[in-house]
Design a protein around this ligand. Structure first.
Ligand SMILES: Nc1ncnc2c1ncn2[C@@H]1O[C@H](COP(=O)(O)OP(=O)(O)OP(=O)(O)O)[C@@H](O)[C@H]1O
Ligand SMILES: O=C(O)C1=C[C@@H](O)[C@@H](O)[C@H](O)C1
Ligand SMILES: [Mg+2]
Length: 174
């Protein structure tokens, strides 16, 4: 069973924070987008060429498989938009952590990366999509971490502390 799931909008830092957090907690790391590419043999952009619905179908199938593994999982930015994914996540038993960042921060971060994100080409699209999805993130998350003014290492430290508190006295380092 997955221990920790990172959710949040594109550029909130799931892929960046995930492996660092997994290392800190000594757990395996999975990135849903990477798993989708590996299991389908197609890139994210190629899958979107057959329509967002087709991509979401593949995403759901891969999520159903990977959620059964122990570890830390970075979701895709749109994974919680599907009600069936929200249901699966809520019943997974994982701590679901929402990484938050302001529009300006996200926009700057997206400019920095080479990764293509088919659903966001302009800042207006970013604003509209984030607004539309905000409720979905909140519906699945049980902890929210603001990342704007923190380095990835600082975000990891905050999450690791919170996870240990949420898990009571259980200590991952033992
Ligand atoms: N806390 C942070 N401080 C500074 N830069 C960050 C931080 N978190 C992420 N970044 C940068 O933002 C960019 C996007 O981050 P990342 O790919 O981890 O986002 P993501 O949430 O996985 O997005 P997606 O949903 O599209 O997969 C990267 O260039 C990364 O280095
Ligand atoms: O927010 C989204 O809808 C997406 C985010 C990425 O992680 C990828 O899953 C894909 O580009 C779609
Ligand atoms: Mg990512």
């Amino acid at each position: 069973m997955m221990d920790i799931v990172l959710t949040g909008f594109m550029g909130s830092g799931k892929t960046t924070i995930g492996p660092l957090l997994a290392q800190e907690l000594r757990l395996p790391f999975f990135d849903l987008d990477v798993q989708i590419v590996q299991l389908t043999g197609c890139s994210i952009v190629e899958l979107f060429e057959d329509g967002e619905n087709y991509f979401r179908q593949k995403e759901q199938e891969v999520l159903q498989k990977v959620i059964k593994q122990p570890g830390v999982l970075a979701l895709g930015g749109g994974t919680p938009t599907r009600p069936s994914n929200r249901e699966l996540l809520r019943h997974s038993g994982a701590q679901i952590i929402l990484l938050e960042a302001q529009i300006q921060t996200i926009w700057q971060r997206l400019q920095q990366t080479q990764v293509q994100r088919p659903l966001v080409q302009t800042k207006d699209q970013l604003v509209a999509l984030k607004k539309q999805r905000q409720k979905n993130y909140q519906q699945v998350a049980n902890l929210c971490v603001q990342t704007d003014n923190y380095t990835p290492q600082q975000v990891v430290k905050q999450i690791a502390e919170q996870v240990l508190i949420l898990r009571g006295s259980e200590n991952y380092r033992n």
